[in-house]
Design a protein around this ligand. Structure first.
Ligand code: SAH
Ligand code: SF4
Ligand code: F3S
Length: 457
């Protein structure tokens, strides 16, 4: 019995066409890669982990920093060998570098078959047929897309699966034009999805086994303002909580200028909303914040943090920050350190500024030298590593509700899940607990995770 099903699985694998997807960048790119898998799944493509056996290779690129762009080019270079061995395989480039470079990608990498913009994913299956039929290289960059994610509203489709935690893109693009950022140029203007569409997608994810949703957007707090009728992000959260069976809701990313009192209050009023917020501050110095076009001051940022902690004392906070913005001086950097010291973030994502095409900051002078950027970054990261470890150690002894996401990568019969604050907990337990919320006593704290002991199922 076992053997025959293995043979059958192998036969199916041989018969079906295979798709390999490599994703760089943010969670919205991850979501788009899932869309590609599902859209091509409907055309009979199964996913493979091995690019050498793939019929289609889809590289989903990120352009947010110079390093991310370089990574995309180096992968495209390496994939040339695969195309030489298997000329029938199609190499497709999507994502933000595709949108930034457009057909120039084909000039630089003549082994690329198709370059597709961030707003063209729903047209990917047709474009692939077109490339196969005409045997010529193609590119497609529409300025808008009907909607994202419509292809998996039907939860009965066997073509897609979900994990316990599922992401849902609720808005695309960005209108903020922070002066360092390429996103508005490569993702276009801000567009919100209709609430009914989001609810329908969440329901179908839950029907497939998801328990938690992560709502995605470049600036989710400004969700819905261009919809007719307009709806606020806090109203959307309440709708999701009351109209679906979701156990937990998280969201990312928020812009401090648009974090309203109403939204902050949701952390106390909506039981499904987890006490966790990612609120990038980017820089501590008001002078630099102004040059970044962030539209808030250090004091305003710190006041919002204070208010959040009044409303929800156990909220966990994380942020993005960058060092070496043009014109940044030692005294500006000290303001950034001050914010990190005073807020005591649970987690911090820090980056070295790099020039991006189209942006205002790329034309600003003077640039900060690489050595200074590296020194500032390591100072910042050392400080945060201390704070994160201290916070994780402070968890020891507490009892936490953990939503079990699956088997732990650490092996040894351990399960893995997250606390409401988003901390990863590994503990021993039966796999029947996957998808359930269980009580776990925290027994050890490490740099990036916690170890727990199962108390109650
Ligand atoms: N929309 C989100 C995140 C955008 S990109 C937000 O507004 O917070 C993720 C992070 O990359 C940013 O928060 C920023 O810290 C960093 N980033 C963006 N452009 C950058 C650049 N040119 N150089 C270095 N870091 C950058
Ligand atoms: Fe970029 Fe600013 Fe928009 Fe975030 S809010 S995506 S940093 S322009
Ligand atoms: Fe990167 Fe594009 Fe996301 S630039 S961070 S993949 S929106």
């Amino acid at each position: 019995m076992r053997q025959s099903s293995a043979v059958k699985a192998k036969a199916e694998k041989m018969a079906s066409k295979l798709l390999y997807v490599h994703t760089f960048g943010c969670q919205m790119n991850e979501y788009d890669s899932l869309r590609v898998q599902r859209l091509l799944g409907l055309e009979g493509y199964a996913v493979t982990e091995n690019p050498k056996e793939a019929d289609i290779i889809f590289v989903n690129t990120c352009s947010v920093r110079a390093k991310a762009e370089q990574k995309a080019y180096s992968l495209l270079g390496r994939l040339k060998g695969i195309k030489v061995r298997n000329p029938n395989a199609l190499l497709v480039v999507g994502g933000c570098v595709a949108e930034q470079q457009r057909e120039k990608i084909i000039e630089r990498f003549p082994h690329v078959d198709l370059v597709i913009g961030t707003r063209a994913i729903s047209r990917l299956p047709d474009m692939i047929k077109e490339v196969r039929r005409t045997r010529t290289q193609k590119w497609l960059f529409p300025e808008s897309e009907e909607s994202c994610g419509m292809e998996w509203l039907d939860s009965s489709s066997p073509m897609w699966k979900t994990g316990i935690v599922a992401s849902v893109t609720i808005m695309q693009g960005c209108d903020n034009f922070c002066t360092y950022c390429i996103v508005p140029y490569v993702r276009g203007r801000e567009r919100s999805r209709a609430p009914q569409e989001i609810i329908a997608e969440i329901r179908s994810l839950i029907a497939k086994g998801a328990k938690e949703v992560l709502l995605l957007g470049q600036n989710v707090n400004s969700y819905g303002k261009n919809l007719d009728p307009p709806i606020s992000f806090s109203e959307l959260i309440k709708m999701i909580a009351s109209e679906t069976d979701v156990l937990r809701i998280r969201f990312t990313t928020s812009h401090p200028k648009d974090l309203t009192e109403d939204l902050m209050k949701c952390f106390a009023e909506v039981p499904e909303l987890c006490p966790q917020l990612h609120l990038p501050f980017q820089a501590g110095s008001d002078r630099i914040l102004k040059k970044m076009n962030r539209k808030y001051t250090q004091t305003e940022y710190l006041r919002k943090i204070e208010r959040l902690r009044d409303i929800r004392p156990d909220i966990s906070l994380s942020a993005d920050v960058m060092v070496g913005f043009p014109g940044e001086r030692e005294e500006d950097f000290l303001e950034t350190l001050k914010v990190v010291e005073s807020v005591q973030f649970d987690n911090l994502f820090s980056f070295k500024y790099s020039d991006r095409p189209f942006t205002v900051a790329s034309r600003m002078e003077p640039k900060v030298d690489e050595k200074t950027k590296s020194r500032w970054l390591s100072t910042l990261q050392a400080l945060q590593a201390e704070i994160t470890l201290k916070k994780n150690l402070a968890e020891v002894g507490s009892l936490r509700e953990v939503l079990v996401e699956g088997k732990s990568k650490t092996g040894r019969g351990q399960l893995t899940g997250r606390t409401p604050q988003g901390r990863i907990v590994n503990f021993v337990g039966p796999s029947s607990l996957v998808g359930k919320i269980v009580a776990v006593r925290i027994v050890e704290g490490y740099a990036h995770s916690l170890k727990g002991k199962l108390i109650e199922e």
